[in-house]
Design a protein around this ligand. Sequence first.
Ligand code: AKG
Length: 289
Amino acid sequence: MKNGNETTIVDFQSKRLQLIEQGYCVLEDMLGSETLQKTRKVAFNAVHKLSDEQLAAHRAPGTLINSKAEPGLADCIGNPKALAALGAMGFGSSKFWKAVIISKPGPSPRLYWHQDLIFWDDPRAYSDSSPQIFLMYYLDDTSRENGCLRVLPGTHRQWHDLHTLGEAHTKEINRMENENDPRFLDFPDEMDVPIKAGDLVIGDARMFHATHANSTDQYRTVITVWLFPLFEGLQKTTQSWVHQEFHKDHGEWPMDALEKIKLLIPNYTGTAQKYGFNRQPERSRFGQA
Ligand SMILES: O=C(O)CCC(=O)C(=O)O
């Protein structure tokens, strides 16, 4: 909706409901042109340092470059407009784990169907209040031709056959060793999410998602930012894990970069130990409030 001055008025309540019920929503025009240009440069430089072997290791997803060595991503990660939107949607007090530069070379194959929640042991994993969400900032316009996102709405709250087909991001599936793996197939009810550069997809980490192949000759790049909303409501071991992982990788970022993401920095001061994460849900727990 636009007001008289052509400013977009976003109905955050509807976006909240869409995220809770379907597992994702799109917010238009969230990265201003300056941050978009800057983030494109950071991504371009990082991607063009990779060897052919590194690219082959991530044939299906595209590059998976951790934000650890990329403080230039701080403007995108700490984007105040997105943080305000999350607050208005009821997903404030989010804390940051890491961002990933995912650039699909042109041409490159599909990304397999997967879900990304790493804390299925957290009691919130089976509730409306997802422990983990992604912010996907696409740096290019996306379409079926260049590998736009695909989603299976509702799968964040339901058992699905895909839950039995293996974990995401293992070496084998990233290299696409078995091109006939069923996770590369089409599934009933899947939807394309084509968007414009600078738009933002907010998604529930539990929802199954994938991409189309990039059949162009141009890279298609997204910055995925992993956040843990309503952080202090997560179980202590989850908080401890996010705190330690964030500080391990980003603790040495320059001060000006840390300043840009300061609202997102986890600060768990308790004594709970972090433990290994759990990517596999229990079928019998779906349907619990
Ligand atoms: O490359 C994309 O569009 C999707 C990336 C993705 O699935 C992820 O970051 O988990």
